[in-house]
Design a protein around this ligand. Sequence first.
Ligand code: ADP
Ligand code: MG
Length: 649
Amino acid sequence: MNREQGSLSINSENIFPIIKKWLYSDHDIFYRELVSNGCDAITKLKKLSLMSEVELADDEKFKLDVIVDANDKTIKIIDNGIGMTADEVREYINQIAFSGAADFLEKYKDKTNEDQIIGHFGLGFYSAFMVADKVTIDTLSWKDGESAVHWESEGGTEFEMSDSDKITRGTEITLYLNEESYEFCNEYRAREVLDKYCSFMPVEIYLINAAAVKEDVEEVVDEVVEEAPEVDEDGNVIESEVAKEDKGPKPINDTLPLWAKHPNECTDEEYKDFYRKVFHDYKEPLFWIHLNMDYPFNLKGILYFPKINTEYDSIEGTIKLYNNQVFIADNIKEVIPEFLMLLKGTIDCPDLPLNVSRSALQNDGFVRKISDYITKKVADKLSGMCKTDRENYEKFWEDINPFIKYGCLKDDKFEEKMKDYIIFRNLEDKFISLKDYREDFEATKENKKVIYYVTDEQQQSQYINMFKEAGQDAIVLKHNIDQPFITSLEQKDETIKFQRIDADITESFREEIDENDETIKEQAEALTELFRKVLEQEALEVKVEKLKNENVSSVVTLSEESRRMQDMMRMYNMGGMDPAMFGQSVTLVLNANNKLVQYVFNNKEDDDVNIVCEQLYDLAMISHKPLEPEKMTKFIDRSNRIMTMLVEK
Ligand code: ADP
Ligand code: MG
């Protein structure tokens, strides 16, 4: 062929700054684009072979080599797919690839960074110029009688075509990296990027470190020169380790990801292995959902429910989105409902419109359907489990409830499907559903439909004991999500009310006090005055009650509204403000039936009584919330003094 030169038909002066702007943070995607082009070329050849358009050798092994050379600062991507004829290079590379890139840039050049293109699809072959000063193509078409073509371009504006000496079918792309991109010919960096984007591409991909191979070969050559090759008993040459490795290297990818298999053909072990491999989480997942849909759209994937480490409140999952086994990006909230991102999983949707901006995706009806389908599948799985495998549902509840509650808050459809399967663990470690509660309320015709709850079983144990003694039940709500969740339940059904067990002294554990009981009135007045003085809290609210359990000396209550307000302030990090500004502060409840309280009342003038008052107050506070460091120090100090007094008596 005659040497041929040309100018690419795009206005390229301004194309590079735009590319740089777009892809600044994701320069590495050129790997995905070029490797997926190679895979496409092989897939096309396989199709031709299936249609008997092309005769292939029986032992034909399709593969793609990525050869990095840190000495030459080059990367080669070699496939044995269909290759291209000279005309095809003119059409697909000079026109399509470049005009594709131009279209892409034209469409998105004015968009802001927030409106990024999902996974930067669309630049294709052209993305090579982001990391390379010079790119060459050597390609030989599968078609009989075609000769190999060499194409090269520096900077992506002018190209030159000539004959190539390539003798095998397929395409070899060589990138001569620019100075800022040398990292990509480092074997480890290359492996990292290939792992990220190409782990599940449908053709075997081999990463070869040319610099290391060269060294090995030199070593082998030296060995051969120095000594005769080793032979075994039968006189066969024993291969060196290097030679062996060359014959049996492992591809970097898994060409048939588990999600692509039919769920009936997958074993639990395979699901767990896949989870470990993809998410590097060595805790076993609780269970999983295998999505497998062909109609009306194509969607496959596996969603795992991870075991939550309850010590940390925030749960972070990852949903990896693929398009025909090519990784696009993690956690694309336009496609995957936000609450599902607490899970870990992979979703492959070949029909996704990718070359669009995020905002366009958001308003896309088709994408909405995908997202609804995933939500429905998850709700079906969970509700099905609650109905048919309640034992496991309860077992997993601790781990899955934040996810379900978050889902209900975020997604009305999910809430509609899940609302009858919300369960609560009670003080006896039994599970009660909201539905049970409703039916209960219905049956007892009680109009005060209060559900009592505990947020911290250790700290609130004093109240819990009082509850248990009075035969009252409460549920345990200890996750951060519970507060917004119950608030939302209350908003949806105004007849129910959630109340933490330290919000009030309920009737069931106190004796009725006669309105005209002058002794109690007198005690209340005297004790209020005394405690306010000793604690130096002029506004302290003190109440005297006759609690059934006479061992309880003092408790603190704080109305549900005030506590929620204070919790909210803490959540928004407004802790510096005085909680009293936002509603009342705590009430100290003293038990008139308790001996210590009686002692305090009868010995008001005594010097020792101060220390008892302080201790009673702190003991009550400890069951309500953690003491601040300074108060804790005082409390410990005082406890020690009390014991010393005991011993010295
Ligand atoms: P896309 O892959 O979206 O079509 P690209 O810019 O990545 O866009 O590639 C443009 C075209 O160049 C491809 O459609 C294909 O026809 C051709 N091409 C690119 N790489 C190869 C390859 N390795 N083997 C054969 N053809 C290729
Ligand atoms: Mg492509």
